[in-house]
Write a new protein. Structure first.
Length: 262
């Protein structure tokens, strides 16, 4: 009788955790949710966002270097959202290059918001979101001040990214097959471009807040980051910025989620 009662209490506790996943994640360095999405905690800190020039010595005005402070820890998906995870939440698969472990693509910024809304509802909170542009670059660099998370040499990019060098393969690839950055995040360079939360502003960096910048208050395009399987090394740099209309869908564009602690 005592064993049965103790087991019942333990079972009830586990059941309650399932009903409210993430309820005690604030102190954890990693977290896995109900659909097997893995998250890595990025610590609070500061970094130099942007770049004065690329490895090809080309200057981009929208990458004006400036110091940014991320005031609170946050979680970022260790991987891009996969087609299998999308299907569990949304019940369909819009991707051009089918594969359960491949990143979902052909999803707009608006589609990503719909996924986030359903996942939050499914897990009973409102903490899932897209990362800000500053959070994304901070996590992509993982302490690096170079063009990539591993240094400045584009000849080493193939160890970390699916990019134009692999163009003849003609598709995206399953997530997590290349090396992660120093914080354990995979495919931050290449595979698919990733939507972030911010509106795009070409000159936003020149007068953006120094702490937790959120992007312009309005705009025509949303920011996308990271480069993709059919793009060259220049577009896969940590500081590289691109943008698209919120309704755009294409086979090189997906996303990864951020998760705010309680």
């Amino acid at each position: 009788m005592k064993k049965t009662k103790l087991w019942s209490i333990a079972a009830l506790y586990a059941f309650l955790l399932i009903l409210a996943p993430g309820a005690s994640i604030a102190a954890e360095k990693t977290y896995t949710n109900s659909i097997c999405m893995e998250f890595i905690q990025s610590p609070a800190g500061s970094f130099m966002m942007g770049a004065e020039k690329t490895f090809e010595n080309t200057y981009y005005g929208d990458e004006t270097p400036h110091r940014v402070r991320i005031s609170k820890p946050f979680y970022l998906g260790a991987y891009e959202v996969t087609q299998e995870q999308w299907m569990v939440v949304m019940g369909n698969n819009p991707s051009n290059f089918k594969g359960p472990s491949n990143p979902v693509e052909q999803v707009s910024w608006d589609d990503a918001q719909a996924f986030i809304s359903r996942l939050n509802q499914r897990e009973g909170h409102t903490r899932y979101r897209l990362p800000t542009e500053a959070e994304w670059e901070y996590a992509s660099r993982a302490g690096s001040t170079d063009a990539y998370c591993f240094g400045d040499d584009p000849d080493q990019l193939g160890s970390y990214a699916w990019y134009e060098e692999d163009y003849n393969s003609g598709s995206t690839h399953p997530v997590g097959q290349k090396r992660p950055n120093a914080w354990g995040l995979y495919d931050m360079h290449g595979n698919v471009w990733e939507w972030v939360q911010d509106w795009y502003g070409e000159w936003y960096y020149s007068d953006s807040p120094g702490t937790d910048p959120q992007g312009p208050s309005s705009g025509a395009d949303r920011v996308e980051r990271g480069g993709g399987w059919s793009f060259d090394a220049e577009f896969c740099r940590s500081a590289n910025r691109s943008s698209n209309t919120p309704g755009n869908r294409n086979y090189s564009l997906g996303f990864r989620l951020a998760l705010s602690p309680e």
